[in-house]
Write a protein that binds this ligand. Structure first.
Ligand SMILES: Cc1ncc(COP(=O)(O)O)c(C=O)c1O
Length: 452
């Protein structure tokens, strides 16, 4: 049988009859102004049976064949099928570990808890998954003669790191708008090192987002935030990859931290596509976890007093300072997309306080993880749902870890030294200063573990 021709294009996510090729500079529907999504020719994809897709994806996974060994480009037909291979800008993203956290699960009265470590990747966060697609698309557009001077984003830190790295690899100028004083040192130094134009604005993320949207009205400055649905296509592979790692079975629950809410919608899209094409039999339930200091989705769903769905109106809030700085977002651009994913995946929204997120990260660390504060938000919400009996023993849970803990060393050190504002560290582990002698070391061991 000849290989079917796979294709994808933009369409209005709100259902207007608006379409555009992926090589066009367009972020919103020309009719209603709503966000776009990437629409795949599902009939063409269905011509290959589910078992054949699984075998193909597995054969490519983490292999040496460039770029198909990438977790994203190994699924190219489902992401951006028409992209010319020479325009792929890849840093071997994806292929991140899925850890089983047995000791942590036992503390919660659960027995099947996994951590999908999206931070174990080139720039240390899940943002690489979407950025490889977006920057590749820009390379393709430039190769076709489109005048794109630079690619720009507003960021709480991780998006800017990914944009700068992929643009540096491709030789494309990048501009990042950061809220001054609200990103970690490690996050700030990444785009600086990769040669981006780093602009620190005296505002919060929502303020940066407003400016970058105005900036990208100029067609030669391409917008790299996740309102650009090319990013969602790459992030969607997270679902495919974790299903693959679980033997093409959906977990019962996925718990994910939510800020601008692009990632939650990407996870929903990945599972919906796998179900439609027969790669998984059922959908998992989706839990979006928000920091109590930046919780517009939680407030909206609670106020509506109903299951989350697209009818819920999300009213922007002034996000307050949170240890989970990358999700300090009060006006989530992808709220509607995420609400659709929550409706499709029988979802829930919960929140976590600063104390809860910090303790949850420390608790998981005690069982071998090294959780960033955003992952801490998701873990704290898992702990609440387990305590409430919503998530039970015998159910499989995957928590999405969105960044590497090392990017947030100020948070980790602050917790254990007891210097985090408003947090009483219940699980602090202080280093012990001892005399440089055998007796000094033995005394310290005895003090912690008792005499042998
Ligand atoms: C580490 C980390 N976790 C979670 C998020 C939230 O993702 P989203 O904005 O897609 O909801 C972000 C980015 O905003 C992030 O950088």
């Amino acid at each position: 049988m000849p290989t079917p021709t796979f294709s994808a294009r933009f369409r209005c996510a709100d259902g207007c009859d608006f379409h555009a090729p992926l090589t066009e500079v367009v972020y919103r529907c020309a009719r209603c102004g709503g966000l776009l999504e990437v629409e795949h020719d599902l009939d063409a994809l269905k011509q290959r049976p589910a078992e054949a897709w699984k075998a193909l994806f597995e054969a490519r996974f983490r292999g040496g064949a460039w770029p198909l060994g990438s977790g994203v480009w190994g699924k190219k037909e489902w992401v951006y099928p028409q992209l010319a291979e020479e325009n792929v800008v890849s840093m071997y993203e994806g292929g991140s570990p899925l850890l089983r956290l047995d000791r942590y699960a036992a503390e919660l009265g659960l027995d099947d808890v996994w951590l999908k470590e999206c931070g174990v990747t080139h720039t240390g966060s899940f943002k690489d998954l979407g950025m490889t697609v977006l920057v590749s698309a820009v390379k393709e557009m430039r190769a076709r003669g489109k005048a794109i001077r630079a690619v720009a984003c507003a960021s709480t830190g991780d998006t800017s790191a990914a944009l700068a790295a992929y643009c540096a690899a491709a030789g494309i100028p990048s501009v990042v708008l950061l809220p001054r004083g609200k990103v970690s040192t490690a996050q700030l130094v990444q785009p600086i090192a990769n040669g981006a134009l780093v602009l620190e604005l005296d505002t919060d993320f929502d303020g940066c987002m407003k400016v970058v949207q105005e900036l990208s009205q100029t067609p030669d400055i391409y917008l790299a935030n996740s309102m650009n649905s090319l990013r969602i296509e790459g992030q969607k592979t997270l679902s495919l990859e974790l299903a693959q790692q679980l033997g093409w079975r959906s977990p019962d629950w996925i718990v994910i931290p939510g800020g601008n809410l692009g990632n939650a919608s990407a996870v929903g899209k990945g599972f919906a596509m796998m179900k439609e094409l027969g790669l998984v039999e059922r959908l998992p339930r989706l839990v979006v976890a928000q920091a109590e200091h930046a919780n517009p989705l939680y407030l909206a769903v609670t106020a509506a007093g109903r299951k989350p769905g697209p009818e819920v109106e999300v009213v922007p809030v002034q996000a307050r300072k949170t240890l989970a700085s990358a999700i300090q977002i009060g006006a989530p651009v992808s709220a509607k997309r995420a609400l659709r994913a929550l409706a499709a995946l029988d979802g829930l929204v919960e929140q976590a306080s600063e104390q809860e997120l910090a303790d949850a990260a420390a608790r998981a660390d005690r069982a071998g993880a090294f959780a960033c504060p955003h992952t801490g938000v998701a873990l704290a919400v898992l702990e609440k749902l387990a305590a409430r009996g919503t998530i039970r023993r015998g159910e499989r849970v995957v928590v999405i870890s969105t960044a590497h803990g090392l990017k947030f060393s100020e948070f980790k050190v602050g917790y254990h030294e007891g210097t985090l504002e408003g947090v009483a560290p219940r699980l602090a582990n202080r280093s012990v200063r001892v005399a440089p002698t055998l007796a000094g070391v033995e005394d310290a061991i005895a003090a912690r573990f008792g005499r042998g």
